[in-house]
Design a protein around this ligand. Structure first.
Ligand code: IVH
Length: 688
């Protein structure tokens, strides 16, 4: 094969893959294969520059930056659409069309209203010549160099009998997945994030340096034909769309043909349901009278056609002003910054608060009090602040000026609820109150969790009652529940004698429980129901768990807990942190004193697990960092047994400094001998 033939073959292959990907929505090769062939073509063209054609896929990488965009005068103006916000608006639109056309029922071509940027593309004899933005509708900007980098836009049309001139209208947009990737890259570089896919697409399309446009993956959907000369135009909008697809333009597969107002409304509801699952943002649907002859009869009013209308969905984003940034404390003590907003209607509800997630997020978005921000509420997702419009920031907030109210947000150093010290969690974005059970924010939640059905199952101890009892000082810790008496309860507002008696009865009932429930009820961070069950099964006794978790040697303690199946280092660390807090252990003691009982069993009787299951070990001599007790706990937590003397039944001898006769005996019997590091390897513990 000559270089010319190979280049030709590569171009055809790459164009085919492009069509499969963007037009047919069914790629047949992975991206890497495309990239490989692309590079081959690139180097072939570098060796033989004469082989480079204007429609080669390699021409999509962008070229020298422009000084400015040339104006592009639209031969056919780019008009706007009237909006329908309600079913009534839409029913009137259909009625007017029927009356003007003097027909019983009208057929419509319907499709999504893409939330991107309108562009127009001119093809001469099937070759892409130029493209422009909408601008003011009469004159836009010539962004040809940028549009060439968009792989969804064909550089050469397919088929024969191509029109001498074809002008296609459509929308450039960025897929949500590409948008997320772009923002992740921006984060990694420490650059500012884009607020939404539409802004990101607009930014990319308006780059004077087309190489930047090329680096941001844009997409395109065609939705109309403005001019067709020297070729045959279909008679309908739906026919035109089908034809554009054969020419190599991506058209939405959500498009359809429906009849009458009923058909329009059904379609609106159908797309509304699909909306959250679509790979790109849409802000409504567009209905167009299908027949071009009918469109002509209907004509235009001012700047919008009478034959089309956009039926909008409730906006998912809206602008509002940040009045303050509060910090909320959750059950686990996590501090969450929350923006207090001027009330705004978005996503179908009035929003007054929006989470800012954590401090990193606030800084990344640079949201400050006084800022105008974009608030987003998509579907049932909780409202969030997408970003601040820096150009609208009040002057006082500009960096350099000392206006505390408008200063960048900082996390408080003490808990806004209890005043305890705030600590930043290692390696995570979370800040936490260290107040634990003394912090009322956590206390109420801790109590509710403790009493919940799957924990201690205390019927009747709900949030209103917990609120009240914490507020009057009747409850501080879960153990206080078991100190309640009828007289104390009777003092509570709205507490009838009967309900007090019922509550006491269900508290009493909860005294008889299981180890699994107790462990779960403690509310240890990262310990859910199933972990609690595994822990109960493995340790058998609460004291066994406490002992393992509080071993002086941290590595040994973590290993002892991680010997439980499915328990990893993070869970192990949470358990250790919890058990090292003396006030938590006090609560456990008080629970016992309050009459809470659960069955305990010897771990060895249980379905023990762990890497040393069924093995017998003997420890002798002084180990470098583990005491004899710690080594024993480590072995037992891993399912092994510790014996006092060496025999044929011994599986391993753990030997330290100055090991004596036991070591000799082991050597004599040919038993495996390990040092402390060897023991740690056996149980899977990291050295201290
Ligand atoms: S047809 C005569 N179809 O909506 C106007 N427009 O208000 C013909 N848009 O900025 C427009 N999706 O970019 C049409 N499927 C669609 C559309 C669509 C989005 C945008 C268009 C323009 C605005 C018109």
């Amino acid at each position: 094969m000559t270089a010319t033939e190979r280049a030709q073959a590569l171009r055809e292959l790459l164009n085919r893959y492009n069509i499969e990907y963007y037009v047919l929505d069914s790629p047949t090769v992975p991206d890497a294969e495309y990239d490989k062939l692309f590079r081959e073509l690139e180097s072939l063209e570098n060796e033989h520059p004469a082989l480079r054609t204007p429609d080669s896929p390699t021409q999509r990488v962008g070229g020298r930056p422009l000084d400015a965009f040339e104006p592009a005068i639209h031969a056919v103006p780019m008009l706007s659409l009237n909006n329908a916000f309600s079913d009534d608006d839409l029913i009137s639109f259909d009625r007017r069309a029927r009356e003007a056309l003097g027909v019983e029922s009208v057929s419509y071509d319907v499709g999504p209203k893409f939330d991107g940027l309108a562009i127009t593309l001119i093809y001469r004899n099937g070759v892409f010549e130029s493209g422009a933005t909408r601008g003011d509708g009469s004159t836009g900007e010539n962004v040809t160099a940028n549009l060439k980098t968009v792989r969804a836009i064909p550089l050469r049309l397919r088929g024969d009998r191509l029109p001498a001139l074809l002008e296609v209208r459509g929308e450039v947009l960025m897929l949500r997945a590409d948008f997320d990737r772009l923002n992740a890259d921006q984060d990694a570089r420490g650059d500012k994030r884009f607020v939404n896919p539409r802004n990101a697409a607009a930014g990319a399309l308006r780059q004077l340096d087309s190489r930047i446009t090329a680096s941001r993956r844009l997409n395109f959907f065609a939705y109309g034909i403005a001019r067709c000369e020297g070729g045959e135009m279909p008679a309908t909008q739906s026919g035109a769309m089908a034809w554009l697809k054969t020419l190599g333009f991506p058209v939405s597969k959500l498009a359809a043909r429906v009849d009458g107002a009923e058909g329009l409304l059904d379609y609106y509801r159908h797309i509304g349901e699909l909306r959250p699952t679509l790979p790109f943002d849409i802000d409504g649907v567009v209905y167009k009278v299908d027949s071009f002859a009918d469109q002509e009869k209907l004509g235009f009013v001012s700047r919008a056609p009478r034959w089309a209308i956009a039926h909008k969905f409730p906006a998912e984003e809206a602008l509002t002003v940040v009045e303050g940034i509060d910090v909320q404390v959750g059950r686990t003590g996590a501090l969450t910054p929350v923006a207090r907003l001027q009330p705004v209607f978005v996503g179908g509800v009035t929003v007054t608060n929006a989470t800012l997630h954590n401090l990193d997020e606030v800084h990344r978005k640079d949201v400050r009090v006084g800022d105008t921000v974009i608030v987003r509420r998509a579907g049932d997702v909780i409202p969030e602040v997408v970003g601040a419009l820096l150009e609208r920031r009040p002057k006082e907030t500009v960096a350099g000026e000392e206006v505390p109210k408008y200063a960048p947000f900082a996390m408080p150093t003490t808990c806004p609820v209890c005043g305890s010290h705030v600590a930043r969690e290692e390696g995570a974005a979370a800040y936490r109150c260290t107040g634990g059970l003394v912090c009322s924010a956590q206390r109420k939640q801790a109590l509710l969790h403790f009493a919940s059905r799957r924990a201690m199952d205390i019927e009747g101890l709900g949030d209103k009652l917990v609120d009240q009892m914490v507020d009057v000082g009747l409850l501080r810790t879960p153990a206080d529940i078991y100190k309640l008496g009828i007289l104390k309860l009777a003092e509570l507002e709205r507490m009838a004698e009967k309900s007090a008696a019922n509550l006491l009865a269900s508290i009493d009932k909860s005294r008889n429980t299981t180890l699994q429930r107790v462990i779960y009820a403690l509310g240890i961070r990262n310990v859910g129901e199933s972990t609690a069950k595994d822990l109960a099964r493995h340790f058998g006794k609460l004291d066994g768990l406490i002992e393992a978790a509080t071993l002086a040697d941290e590595a040994a303690a973590l290993a002892a807990i991680q010997a439980v199946p499915d328990v990893g280092p993070i869970v192990a660390k949470s358990i250790r942190d919890f058990m090292l807090e003396s006030h938590n252990i006090e609560v456990i003691e008080q629970l016992r004193a309050g009459g809470v009982v659960w069955a305990e069993s010897d771990p060895s009787e249980l379905l023990a697990t762990g890497p040393l299951l069924g093995k017998t070990l003997v420890v002798t001599g002084t180990l470098p960092s583990l005491s004899r007790d710690e080594a024993k706990a480590l072995i037992e937590a891993a399912g092994g047994k510790v014996a006092g003397s060496v025999s044929k039944k011994t599986d391993y001898v753990v030997a330290g400094e100055a090991a004596g006769s036991k070591l000799d005996k082991a050597q004599e019997l040919g038993i495996a001998i390990v040092d402390e590091a060897g023991l740690r390897a056996l149980v899977g513990s990291q050295p201290a």
